[in-house]
Ligand binder design. Structure first.
Ligand code: UN1
Length: 510
C-alpha cells in the first residue's frame, strides 16, 4: 500500500433518507484493476446500523410513494433518462476505469441502463392488471399488481450500471422503495447512479444507497426484517445464502441470478467465420467476466480442426490492455482473487489432461504488470464424466473447446453442468435450432449469434443453479409485485361462486 496514490476526485458517500453522508467509521478503497497502485476513491464501509437506517428510510417513504400516481413515478424515469443521456460519456469513462471493461463496452452498458430507464418510463402508461369474467354475471373480477414494499438491490461489479437499473427501475415504477448496495469493486458507478436518481427528483427515501462489503452491509440487508424482496445478481454461494435467509423469513422473497457455464454450440453445418466470431465474442468480451460468457464452445468433430485453427489464431491476436485505449479488445480482470481463480482452473485443466492450445498466464510486461491482466487460456477437452473444467464456472478468459459427434450428444454435454443461463447454437438448419431450443436448459437462447448481448425488454435469468425462476430486467416486475385478486358485486344480493348457497337458514337459538 506504500505506493498507493488516491487520484479519485470522488469521495464516497452513502445516500440515506435523501441525505449524503460521509464515512463516520471504516472505509475501503476503490482500486483501479488496470493499475493497482491507483485508488480511485475512498468509500464508507457500510455497517448493519447504516443498513437499518436505510431500510427505515425506505419503509417510511413507501406509503406516500405507492400512493403517488404511477404516471408521475414514470415521468421521473423520463427525467432520469435525460440525465443519463447528458452524462453518458462521463459515466462510461468512470465505469471503464473502476471496472476495467473497455470504453466501448462501458458505453454500451450505460446505453443498456438508459434503455431500461426508457422502457420503464414507457411501461408507466401500460395496464397494471386485467379483468377476467366471473361465473356470476353481476360480478367483475380484477387482477391487480401491488408493490411488495422495500426491495434490497444487491448488484455485481461486472455490470455496475445496467444491472442496478434492471432492478431499481421496475421496483420503483411499481411503487416499491429501495435500498441499493453496489459491489465494493465498483462503488463510484453506484454512487453516480444514486446521484442521478436524486437529481431526477425521486423523493427522499425512495432510493437509498449503502456502500460496503457483502459480508457486512450485503448480509445485513438480505437479513433485515424490513426488506420484502432481495434482488441479487452474483455468485451461486451468496445467492444460495440469500435464498436460505428468505426461506426463513415469513414474508421475504428473492430474485436471484447466479452464474453459469454458458456455451456456444457449433453444429456440423455452421457458417465457420460466423461461428468463430460468435465464439470469440462470447468467450473473451468483458475478459470472460459476463455471467453469460461462454466457458465452453462445443464443436462438431467434423469442423473441429478448421474451427480450432481459426479460433486460436484470433484468440492469440486479441489485445488485452488499457481499457481506456481505443483499440483494446478487453481489459484486466477485476481483482487478484479473480486472477487466482482463473489460474487455478488453468492448472486444473492441465491436470485433467486437456490438450492446451493457448497457455494463458499473467501478463507482466511494463504496461500491464501493475494490473490484473491475463491472456486467453484455450484447450480441447473431451466430454468425459467428472471433468470439472467443462462443468464449473471460471469467470475469466478460460475456454474449453469440447468436440461432439451428434446433436443428441451436444445437447447432453451442454446440459451436463449444474448451470443453465445462456446458449447459442450456430447452424443453418431450422430444424436443428428448434431441437436445441427445446432440449437445452437455459434462460437466454440465441441462434447464429454470441451467447451474450441480451436486450432489456426481455427476461434475463436462468434455470438450475443459474437462477431461482425470477428473471430480471423487464421480467423483474413479477418479483417486485404481488398479483392480487379483487372481486366487485353489482347485485344487491350476495351470490356466491361455485353454486354455494348464500341462504342463511334459521333454526333454534344458539
Ligand atoms: C451479465 O452477464 O452479467 O446479455 C449481464 C448481456 C448483457 C448483460 C450481461 N445484456 O450480455
Amino acid at each position: 500500500m506504500a505506493n498507493l496514490t488516491v487520484t479519485g476526485s470522488w469521495q464516497g458517500r452513502q445516500y440515506i433518507a435523501g441525505r449524503w453522508q460521509a464515512a463516520s467509521g471504516d472505509v475501503f478503497e476503490n482500486i483501479n484493476p488496470a493499475n493497482v497502485d491507483e485508488a480511485l476513491g475512498v468509500y464508507p464501509r457500510g455497517t448493519a446500523a447504516d443498513v437499518d437506517t436505510a431500510v427505515g428510510a425506505a419503509r417510511s417513504a413507501f406509503d406516500s410513494w405507492r400512493r403517488t400516481s404511477r404516471i408521475r413515478r414514470g415521468e421521473l424515469f423520463l427525467n432520469l433518462a435525460n440525465l443519463i443521456r447528458r452524462d453518458t460519456d462521463e459515466l462510461a469513462v468512470a465505469l471503464a476505469r473502476e471496472n476495467g471493461k473497455v470504453l466501448n463496452e462501458a458505453r454500451a452498458e450505460v446505453v443498456e441502463g438508459l434503455h431500461m430507464v426508457e422502457y420503464v418510463f414507457g411501461t408507466a402508461r401500460q395496464p397494471t392488471g386485467h379483468m377476467v369474467a366471473s361465473e356470476i354475471e353481476t360480478k367483475d373480477l380484477f387482477v391487480r399488481r401491488k408493490p411488495r414494499g422495500v426491495v434490497a438491490v444487491i448488484t455485481p461489479w461486472n455490470f455496475p450500471f445496467a444491472v442496478p437499473l434492471w432492478m431499481l427501475g421496475p421496483s420503483l415504477l411499481e411503487g416499491n422503495t429501495t435500498v441499493f448496495k453496489p459491489s465494493e469493486e465498483t462503488p463510484e458507478t453506484g454512487q453516480r447512479l444514486a446521484a442521478l436518481f436524486e437529481e431526477a427528483g425521486f423523493p427522499s427515501g425512495t432510493i437509498n444507497l449503502v456502500h460496503g462489503v457483502g459480508e457486512e452491509a450485503g448480509d445485513a440487508l438480505a437479513r433485515h426484517a424490513g426488506v420484502d424482496v432481495v434482488a441479487f445478481t452474483g455468485s451461486y454461494d451468496v445467492g444460495s445464502h440469500i435464498r436460505r435467509l428468505a426461506a426463513e423469513s415469513e414474508h421475504k422473497t428473492c430474485a436471484l441470478e447466479m452464474g453459469s457455464k454458458s456455451a456456444v454450440i457449433v453444429c456440423e453445418d455452421a457458417d465457420l467465420p460466423l461461428a468463430v466470431g460468435a465464439a470469440i465474442l462470447s468467450a473473451f468480451k468483458t475478459t470472460g467476466q459476463r455471467c453469460v460468457s461462454a466457458g465452453r464452445v462445443l464443436v462438431h468433430r467434423r469442423l473441429l480442426d478448421r474451427f480450432v485453427e481459426r479460433f486460436v489464431a484470433e484468440a492469440r491476436e486479441l489485445k488485452f490492455g488499457d481499457p481506456l485505449a481505443p483499440d483494446t479488445f478487453a481489459g484486466p480482470m477485476i481483482n487478484g482473487a479473480g486472477v487466482d481463480k482463473v489460474l487455478a482452473y488453468n492448472d486444473l485443466a492441465r491436470k485433467e489432461g486437456a490438450h492446451i492450445l493457448l497457455d494463458g498466464c499473467r501478463l507482466t510486461d511494463p504496461s500491464r504488470a501493475r494490473g490484473w491482466f491475463l491472456s486467453p487460456f484455450v484447450y480441447i477437452q473431451e466430454p468425459k464424466p467428472g471433468v470439472r473444467t467443462i462443468r464449473e464456472e471460471v469467470f475469466g478468459p478460460h475456454v474449453a473447446i469440447v468436440p461432439f459427434d451428434s446433436d443428441e450428444q451436444a445437447i447432453r454435454v451442454y446440459n451436463d453442468t449444474p448451470y443453465g443461463l445462456s446458449m447459442a447454437v450456430i447452424t443453418e438448419d431450422y430444424r436443428r435450432w428448434r431441437l436445441y431450443r427445446d432440449e437445452c436448459d437455459y434462460g437466454m437462447g440465441y441462434v447464429n449469434l454470441p451467447c451474450i448481448g441480451a436486450e432489456v425488454h426481455l427476461p434475463f435469468g436462468g434455470v438450475k443453479r443459474s437462477g431461482n425462476g425470477q428473471p430480471s430486467a423487464a421480467a423483474l416486475v413479477d418479483a417486485v409485485t404481488h398479483k392480487t385478486a379483487f372481486t366487485v358485486n353489482y347485485d344487491r344480493r350476495i351470490i356466491m361462486a361455485q353454486g354455494m348457497s348464500a341462504q342463511v337458514s334459521r333454526g333454534e337459538k344458539n
